[in-house]
Design a protein around this ligand. Structure first.
Ligand code: AMP
Length: 184
């Protein structure tokens, strides 16, 4: 069962595709955005701490995110595999994840690649509560600054594959499955 990281900007389709991949391979879909949104909705301590940061499109501190991921990946259902969506987003998170998983703890990091104009078109049609124009712009900037450099880091470990994210959800999904099956 695959242990996957899906990287992609906001609007790349990574949430949708990660959920489908998790179903296909029978592993949990671990979306840090979903975990945080649930915490906000339930008004837990974490949710109360994270809400303003999320609304602004900023990043929740690394140590909080690593705590969330450590707990989630320790659950029995994630032992054999997982699809990580929205994590890691920073250098510290990537290194923390490597420390948690150990050598050969990851099978593949997939860069779901979509050009700017496609991202913007998709984002405008989505209308999530934290999708203000300002927050969207902030998230895209942070992705370029902090998350895009991780592509090189994964590539350096021979874990990175880029998949074209343009097309219908079914087309993109078929490309992803092909790449994953080829690798495992
Ligand atoms: P997402 O659904 O992945 O776009 O996440 C929504 C928001 O949750 C982000 O804009 C961040 O504020 C926060 N978030 C999710 N994942 C992370 C992460 N790995 N590191 C920091 N903040 C995160």
């Amino acid at each position: 069962m695959p242990r996957l990281v899906i990287l992609g900007r906001q609007g790349s389709g990574k949430g949708t595709q990660s959920a489908r991949l998790a179903e296909r391979y029978g592993v949990p879909h671990v979306s840090t955005g979903d975990i945080l949104r649930t915490a906000v909705a339930e008004q837990t301590e974490l949710g109360q701490r994270a809400k303003a940061t999320m609304d602004a499109g900023d990043l929740v501190p690394d140590e909080i995110m690593l705590g969330i991921i450590e707990a989630r990946l320790a659950a029995p259902d994630a032992m054999a595999g997982f699809v990580l969506d929205g994590f890691p987003r920073t250098d510290a998170q990537a290194k923390g994840l490597a420390g948690l998983l150990g050598a050969e703890g990851l099978d593949l990091a997939i860069d779901l690649a979509v050009p700017d104009e496609v991202v913007i078109e998709r984002m405008l049609g989505r209308g999530r509560a934290d999708d203000t124009e300002e927050a969207i712009r902030r998230r895209l900037d942070l992705y370029e600054e902090q998350t895009a450099p991780l592509l090189d880091w994964f590539a350096g470990q021979d874990l990175l594959v880029a998949v074209d994210g343009v097309g219908t959800p079914d087309e993109v999904f078929a490309r992803l499955v092909e790449v994953i099956d080829e690798r495992s």
